[in-house]
Design a protein around this ligand. Sequence first.
Ligand code: KG4
Ligand code: ZN
Length: 344
Amino acid sequence: SSPLTVLGIETSCDETAAAVVSRTPEGRGHILSNVIRSQVDEHAEFGGVVPEIAARAHIEILDGLIAKAMREADLGWDGIDAVAATAGPGLIGGVIVGLLTARAVAAASGKPLIAVNHLEGHALTARLTDSLDLPYLLLLVSGGHTQFLLVEGVGQYRRLGSTIDDAIGEAFDKTAKLLGLGFPGGPAVEKMAAAGDPAAFRLPRPLLDRPGLDMSFAGLKTAVRNAAYQAAPLSDRAVADLCAAFQQAVADVVGEKSRRAIDHFRDLHPDREPVLVIAGGVAANSAIRGRLEELGQETGARLVAPPHALCTDNAAMIAWAGIERMLLGPVDDRHVAPRPRWPL
Ligand code: KG4
Ligand code: ZN
C-alpha cells in the first residue's frame, strides 16, 4: 500500500496551525510541514485567552497558514488523501472557523473531511513521534485539560482520572497572574521557582489522601493566594519561594497519581511493560518531567515525552489522528458539527 498523507488544521484555542503529515506503509510518521502562529501577544494584555479575539485571529490567518503548510510540503493537492480538522473540544468560535474552513477545502479539493477530537490528537501524538505500540498510559496536562487516559486503541480511550476543578496549566496561569508574573504563566512560574526555596511555604497536596486518580488544583491555587496575602508585601525572594513551593506541590501530586496509574496499568496488563506518555503544554515543566523520570526509574515504567512543539497545541497531531482514523476504514465527517465540549 502507498503512504497516507493528511492536511491537518487546529484552531481550538489560541494557536492557529496547519500541517501536512504522512505515514509510511511500515507505520512511521513523517511531518512534511508544521506551521503555527501563536496569538499570545494578542491575549497577553488581558491576562488570558479572549475567545472573541481568538476567533477573529483564526479567521484572519488560517487561509495563509494552510497555503504555507501546503507549499512547504510541496506535494500539491494530488498528494493529499484527506483534510482533518479539530471539531472540538475548545473555544467554539475558533473550532467553527477551523472546521468550516476544512470543510470548504475538502470540498474544493475533492478529499474526505475528518473531524478530529482535539484530545485524541494529543493522545495519539506519541505514535507519530515514537511508533509506540498500544496500550499505553497518557497523562494529558495542558491549560484546559488534566487527565489520565488509558489508550487501548484508536477510538478506544478509558479515562482513569481527571481534575475535578482547575487544569494544571490553569493553576500555573492563575498563580502567575496572582503574583504579577504575566501570561502565559507556566514558563514564568517555572523560571521564578528555579531561584526559590520550596520549603519556605507549606502548601497542601490536594486529594493525595484519597484513593484513585482524580486530582484537584483549585484549593492549591487558593492556598497560594492566602500565603501571598499573609506574606504581603512580597519580596522577590518570597515570590520565588512561593513559585517553588507551588511547583513542588503540583509535582508531588502528579508524581503520586502517576505511580498509581502505573500500578493500575500493571493490574490490567501484567504481561506488558507500562508506558507513560506525557503530553500538553505543562509537559514542558522540568520539575514535573524530572519527577516522572525518577518515577520511571523506580517503577521500571517507560516514560515517553514527545518533543515540546508536539506536546503543545499543533496541527501535526490533528493530521496524524486523521491518518489513524483512516486506517480503520473510510471516513466522511462532512456533517459533523463543531462541539465546544467533547469528552473522549
Ligand atoms: O497544551 P497547551 O499549549 O494549550 C492548551 O491548553 O491546550 O498548554 C498551555 C498551558 C498553559 O497553561 C501554560 O501556562 C502551560 O501549558 N505551560 C507550563 C509550562 N509551559 C507551558 N506550565 C508549567 N510549566 C511550564 N514550563
Ligand atoms: Zn491542547
